[in-house]
Structure formats: structure tokens, C-alpha cells
Design a binder for this molecule. Structure first.
Ligand code: ADP
Ligand code: ASP
Ligand code: MG
Length: 461
């Protein structure tokens, strides 16, 4: 069971979560708990990195505010004094460590990806002991562990570190199975791990989902439950489209498509371990636990609708590479991809016109300027490329469903729906898997586009 930040937002939620876990443990379930940072905390920590560079005076205040929030959460959720004191000790030592780190950043005048991951790790390092304390306080035998203590080892690609799967699974099994056998519930920090040289790494935003599926695969669990604040994976983000409904069942490939394209801010690789070991994943609502949620398996019993869901990915940018020299010159695209690949910049979407004079790409917004300047310095001025332009205020809206395979007219319906709303489409792509059709629109237009497509395919409740 993984509890997202939205399930751990305040003391009442933590208490509620502990009660939920206790209920399942008492009915005979063997459970491993994975905990995210409390909602908003990872963002705040990443922000702290940036302004610590500039403003020394703010450090103590902002660290204090963050810790007050956690102290309050602990005090209001953990009734037993003994457990509370243990948790407060952990929180206080984290506070001192974080403060020193931020002053360090200020004086060194530099944030490296390694330090950023170190700072980001404090969210889970604070929330997890609170959940553990609360569980212990209500009589559940539990122990809390960091992702690295549990056994997860990654490469050193800070910010998006990749676990060494087989090694991590072996170590997870060795560490966690004996605890479970002794009737102890392991409560593990999501999102964070260590590289082989012992530095703290993060698995990428939303990474707690990934931690959970990796642990499930290591232990050959029956199911992974990702507890969140909505009833499951929905036909659209309910915060954008209030009539969005819960999808009862999905295939792994549809769910992967949704995760990659931004649904539920799920980690794009989160489902990989579950797919490899064929473990069912259920997305459930912490605050509506009677709802069965969404079940993701290799063979859903429900048929594939033409379009099952509409997603939006916002933190992205668009790059246009143009030049008549590219026409009929094999290897141009390869050259572009090589330049970006070497710099570890992920290309999320590609389109090329038949005339070959234009290649458009979507990349994560945080890598946009680096990508543009790399392409400019290597390609501009050559015979191949005339101009490189970019847009940073765009979003990708995607319609997803395995039923669109071989079904003519789906794209036409999508374009008509958004055009009727006056939304201009900047770029289009459909993979040959025909699982999704993605369009790039102005960021300001993306919610309108989601609602238009949602309506055109009658996805509302
Ligand atoms: P958690 O803290 O549980 O990991 P996240 O904030 O990462 O939660 O993701 C949950 C949120 O994702 C929901 O509150 C919802 O607003 C949003 N969301 C976006 N698209 C979808 C979708 N298709 N189905 C469900 N939730 C979605
Ligand atoms: N706390 C991390 C994040 O905000 C990981 C997670 O919530 O899954 O991205
Ligand atoms: Mg999440």
C-alpha cells in the first residue's frame, strides 16, 4: 500500500490512514506501507534549494515553517507520548541537517543535482516516521525504513535515478520478508534511494509509486494499492473536468500510456515492475475506501473503448528545427536526437512533415533552454538547419484508448472538438501503437481542449 502526499496532508489524514492500515492488518492482510512526502513538501524543498542560493536570511524561517507543520502533524496524530517523542527526535535531527545543507548551498553558491536530491529527500524522511509513530500508537507493530535501508540501489542519474532492478529486488526481499514473517509492518519512504557510492538519489517526481511496485515485485505481492485522493484513474483530471468518471478496469499498456502522458502525476515507469511480474495494481481513494477504485491488469475484462481518457502534460516545451537542407538528407533526425540524448534530454514527442523541412519536438520544460542552446550551437550555421525556434508555454493533451486501433475517424473527432472551441493545435502525433493521439496546444488552452475531447467522446458520468 502506497499512500500519496494527498493522503498525508494533515494530522487527521495521517490518523485516518493509520486506521485504514490497521483495519487491513487486523483482517489478516500482510502489508508493506510506502509513504510519500506530505503534499506540497517536495515542491517546497526544491524551491528552498533555489532561494537558499540568494537569500541567507530566509533559510531559518522557511525551514522552521516546514518543521512546525510536521511537528504539528506529529503532535496531533500520535497519542502515545513514547512514540511521539521518538518521532520528534527524528524530526529535530532532520531539521538541523536540512538547515546546514541549505546554508552550505548558500555559501558554496552552487546547487548540484546531487545536493538537490539530498534536499528533496527530507520530505519522505519527515512524513514516514510520523505515519510510523501514528501506526505504532494505535497498536500496529511497525518499523520505518528509508528506501536505501530497505534495499533500493540506483544509478547516479540524480533527479531521475534508475534502480538496479534485480539487485534492489534481492535486497528488498532479504530485508523486508523477515520483518513481515515476524508480523512487523515495514513503513518505507517512497521516492528516495541511494546510488552505489552511497549518495542519496530520487527516482523522479511521483517516484513513490515506483518504490511501491518495485517492493511488490520483490516480494511477489498479490496486489499493489496506490491510495490517493480520487476514486481511481479517471477519464480526465477531475480538477479540470468535474464530470470525469472513474475507469473501472484498464490494461497495463493503457495505464502506462496514461502515466506517461500525465494522468495522476504517476511516475512514468511506475508500472514497469508490476508488468514484469504480472502484479495487479489498484488505484484507490483513501477518503472513500469502499470504492473498489481502478484495477490495472494484463487482461482487463472490460472492452477497449475508442477513447477511455483524456490527459494533459503541462511542464513541457516545443522546439522547431527548420531548414531545407534537411530535405532528403538521411540522418538529420538521428543527429538531433543524438545531441539531445547525449545531454540526457528526454524527447517526449516528435513530428516531422513529409517535406522533411521541419522537425518538431516536445521536451520537459526544465530541459527546454538547454536543448535549444545545444541544438543552436551544433546545428545553426550548417547547411542543414536554417532556424531553431521554441515555445515554452505549451501543453500536450492526449486522448487514450486501445479501442482506437484501426478505427478510422478518431483523429477527426478530436480535431473537430477542439476546433469548435477555438483552440489552435500546434503539433500532432500518433504512435504506431495507436493507443493515443496527442496534440500540442497553448498552455492557456489545455483545460478547454481536455473538456472538449472529454465531451466529444461522451466520457462524462
Ligand atoms: P498522490 O499524492 O496520491 O500521489 P498526486 O497528486 O500525485 O496524488 O495525483 C493525484 C491527482 O492527480 C488527483 O488529485 C487528480 O487531480 C490528478 N489527476 C490528473 N489526471 C487524473 C486522472 N486521469 N485520474 C485521476 N487523477 C488524475
Ligand atoms: N514526494 C515525491 C513527489 O512529490 C514523490 C511522490 O509523491 O510520489 O514527487
Ligand atoms: Mg503522486
Amino acid at each position: 500500500m502506497k499512500f500519496g502526499g494527498t493522503s498525508l496532508g494533515d494530522a487527521a489524514s495521517v490518523k485516518h490512514v493509520a486506521g485504514l492500515i490497521r483495519k487491513y492488518v487486523q483482517t489478516g492482510y500482510q502489508v508493506v506501507v510506502v509513504s510519500s512526502a506530505s503534499s506540497g513538501v517536495t515542491d517546497e524543498l526544491l524551491n528552498m534549494c533555489e532561494w537558499s542560493l540568494k537569500d541567507e536570511k530566509l533559510i531559518a524561517d522557511r525551514v522552521n515553517a516546514l518543521f512546525e507543520k510536521h511537528l504539528y502533524m506529529a503532535e496531533m496524530s500520535i497519542e502515545n507520548c513514547g512514540w511521539l517523542n521518538s518521532v520528534l527526535e527524528i524530526l529535530n535531527s532532520s531539521k538541523r541537517e536540512l538547515e546546514k545543507l541549505l546554508y552550505g548551498i548558500h555559501y558554496v553558491k552552487e546547487i548540484t543535482p546531487r545536493i538537490r536530491d539530498y534536499v528533496a529527500s527530507f520530505g519522505e524522511v519527515m512524513s514516514t516516521p510520523i505515519l510510523w509513530g501514528c501506526l505504532s500508537s494505535v497498536g500496529v507493530k511497525a518499523e520505518w525504513l528509508t528506501g536505501w535501508d530497505a534495499g533500493i540501489v540506483t544509478d547516479s542519474n540524480y533527479g531521475e535515478a534508475k534502480p538496479f532492478i534485480e539487485l534492489s529486488k534481492l535486497q528488498l526481499r532479504n530485508k523486508l520478508q523477515p520483518m513481515i514473517d515476524r508480523g512487523i509492518i515495514p513503513v518505507v519512504t517512497g521516492y528516495i534511494a541511494k546510488s552505489q557510492d552511497g549518495s542519496i538519489t530520487t527516482l523522479g517526481r511521483g517516484g513513490s509509486d515506483y518504490t511501491a511496485t518495485l517492493i511488490a515485485a520483490a516480494l511477489k505481492a498479490d496486489e499493489v494499492w496506490l491510495w490517493t485522493d480520487v476514486d481511481g484513474l479517471m477519464t480526465a483530471d477531475p480538477k479540470i473536468e468535474p464530470s470525469a468518471g472513474t475507469i473501472k478496469e484498464l490494461s497495463f499498456e493503457e495505464a502506462v500510456e496514461m502515466a506517461i502522458l500525465g494522468a495522476k502525476r504517476m511516475h512514468p515507469r511506475a508500472l514497469e515492475p508490476a508488468i514484469a511480474d504480472n502484479i495487479a495494481v489498484r488505484i484507490r481513494n483513501t477518503f472513500n475506501p469502499d470504492n473498489p477504485g481502478t484495477l490495472i491488469t494484463s487482461k482487463p475484462t472490460e472492452g477497449g473503448d475508442v477513447v477511455k481518457a483524456v490527459t494533459v502534460t503541462r511542464d513541457v516545451g516545443l522546439i522547431n528545427v527548420q531548414g531545407f537542407g534537411m530535405v532528403g538528407t538521411p540522418g538529420t533526425a538521428a543527429k538531433i536526437f543524438q545531441i539531445l540524448g547525449k545531454a540526457n534530454i528526454n524527447i517526449m514527442m516528435i513530428a516531422q512533415t513529409v517535406s522533411e523541412s521541419n522537425i518538431s519536438m516536445v521536451v520537459p520544460r526544465k530541459t527546454l533552454m538547454k536543448a535549444v542552446s545545444l541544438l543552436e550551437t551544433t546545428l545553426l550555421g550548417t547547411d542543414l538547419v536554417r532556424s531553431i525556434s521554441y515555445e515554452s508555454d505549451i501543453a500536450v493533451v492526449a486522448a487514450i484508448g486501445s479501442g482506437m486501433r484501426g478505427k478510422p475517424g478518431t483523429a477527426a473527432r478530436i480535431f473537430k472538438a477542439v476546433a469548435d472551441e477555438g483552440v489552435n493545435v500546434r503539433m500532432i502525433a500518433q504512435g504506431s501503437s495507436e493507443l493515443n493521439i496527442s496534440i500540442v496546444v497553448k498552455d492557456d488552452d489545455c483545460e478547454k481542449a481536455v473538456r472538449a475531447i472529454h465531451k466529444a467522446f461522451h466520457l462524462g458520468r
